[in-house]
Ligand binder design. Structure first.
Ligand code: AMP
Ligand code: GLY
Length: 443
């Protein structure tokens, strides 16, 4: 009797703790988040604003402009949402968290002030300067004469950055003084709507890595490492993209380096925001340049990375909704986040022409011909269902992911899966992980 009673109470607990979740965004990152949340025992339903063809299989997609906060709020009330998870940076930087909290909606993500860590390079650099966080030397410029003075004491190449959000297009690495002046002038003249200030930086040599944490107002926990491949072509050639593929973990982030990242970058950042009465909560992703075993901060992102999320989440063993719930209640301390020892990799399938001009609405066939084992995943990014068919709806279209023991074998498995797709309108990099794979074939 006592066991039956216990089970009855447990069932009641499960029924009453089932949550309705809203997920904001439509990329591969959001499909990966959606799939993890779908596996949670705490979830009743997931609503995606607006989602993609992948999330449509496990959640309810609703077409809405995610920057129209009032409309989003109406839908949240209508669907009796218990928790909102925000995927991309733009709504965070524009203050969706503050808006929803004011309307008594529980939401996971940083507020508008804290989101300036990503939303303003000038803000980020000032935080670094005031708190001795290692980063490239810099100057915030709003006029030609500021640029001149930086050129007088910093050697080339110089990195010119737009101060505000620029969808990955705001950074130019300049090898001549004339190019620095031109890139800065374009920013002053309003090339990017978000701000007409430019941040000039010294160029740092080294290897890049991404380090992730999840934070609430009191605590933070490690949330994985990864390495992205930003350039469009193999061997890291060609223009920058949102990311062509990634792997996790990043072997360059050793225990020793991690200690430095935490003590020199993470702790001072969180302390600074607390001191400014806006403690950070949400995912925080620090983009690092590693030079002689020392970490330098290149950028903060106030969200998970895309495609980094698609390699980190397959390795997560703890219920992600429990993690989000604890984080929004400032109880992260109480939860232990466990990770799979296996490695993971993702290759991004793009529409031909990306990151320049590309066609949309291209048919994708054969996707169901790929037999996925428990270790393989296909995350949709720019996809939609149109007339009952799967079609492309963006530049980055699918993320083909696998986990395993060895990066070379994982990559071969992914490439075999991609070949079954026979998508003629697309392209992808076959060399994701080349740095780790060439260094040590046993990796
Ligand atoms: P960001 O948007 O600041 O992350 O810059 C985009 C990319 O530009 C980075 O991932 C780096 O590859 C490169 N980059 C940015 N700042 C620097 C720097 N100071 N030195 C070298 N490379 C940089
Ligand atoms: N993959 C780079 C980013 O998410 O910003």
């Amino acid at each position: 009797i006592s066991l039956a009673f216990f089970l009855f109470i447990y069932k009641l607990y499960i029924i009453y703790s089932d949550m309705n979740i809203a997920l904001i965004g439509s990329g591969g990152r959001e499909h990966a988040l959606c799939k993890k949340m779908y596996e949670s025992e705490l979830v009743n339903k997931i609503v995606c604003f607006p989602g993609n063809a992948g999330t449509a299989n496990i959640a309810v997609n609703i077409e809405v402009d995610i920057l129209n906060f009032k409309k989003v709020l109406k839908l949240i009330k209508f669907h009796k949402i218990d928790l909102v998870v925000v995927g991309p940076e733009e709504p965070l930087v524009k203050g969706i968290v503050d808006f929803l909290k004011k309307n008594r909606v529980k939401v996971f993500g940083p507020n508008k002030y804290a989101a300036k860590l990503e939303g303003s390079k000038a803000f980020m650099k000032k935080i670094c300067e005031q708190n001795n966080i290692p980063t490239a030397r810099f100057k915030i410029c709003s006029q030609k004469k500021h640029v001149q003075s930086f050129l007088n004491y910093c050697k080339l190449p110089i990195v010119v950055k737009a101060d505000g959000l620029a969808a990955g297009k705001g950074v130019t690495i300049c090898k001549t003084k004339a190019k620095v002046q031109k890139a800065a002038d374009e920013i002053f003249q309003g090339k990017f709507k978000s701000s007409n200030k430019a941040v000039l930086e010294e160029f740092l040599e080294g290897e890049e890595a991404s380090y992730f944490i999840i934070a609430d107002n009191k605590e933070f926990k490690f949330f994985g490492t990864a390495q992205d491949h930003k350039r469009v072509y193999e061997k890291d050639k060609g223009p920058n993209t949102g990311g062509m593929g990634a792997y996790s973990p990043a072997p360059i982030v050793t225990k020793k380096l991690e200690k430095k990242v935490i003590s020199k970058i993470i702790n001072p950042t969180l302390k600074a925001l607390k001191k400014n009465k806006n403690p950070y909560s949400g995912f925080l992703y620090v983009g690092l340049m590693i030079q002689n075993n020392e970490p330098y901060l290149i950028e903060y992102n106030v969200r998970m990375g895309d495609p980094e999320c698609q390699v980190i989440l397959p390795r997560l063993k703890t219920d992600i909704v429990k993690i989000f719930k604890n984080a929004t209640e400032n109880k992260l301390k109480k939860i232990k986040i466990k990770w799979e020892k296996q490695k993971s990799m993702t290759i991004v399938l793009c529409a031909k022409g990306y990151p320049g001009n590309y066609k949309k609405n291209l048919r994708i066939t054969n996707i169901d011909k790929i037999k996925l084992s428990k270790k393989d995943f296909i995350y949709h990014a720019g996809t939609k269902i149109s007339g009952g068919e799967l079609r492309s709806n963006g530049g980055r279209v699918l993320n083909v992911t696998s986990i395993g023991k060895n990066f070379l074998k994982i990559r071969n498995k992914i490439l075999t899966n991609i070949k079954k797709l026979k998508w003629n309108y697309g392209f992808y990099r076959r060399d994701i992980g080349w740095k780790v794979i060439n260094k040590n074939e046993n990796n």
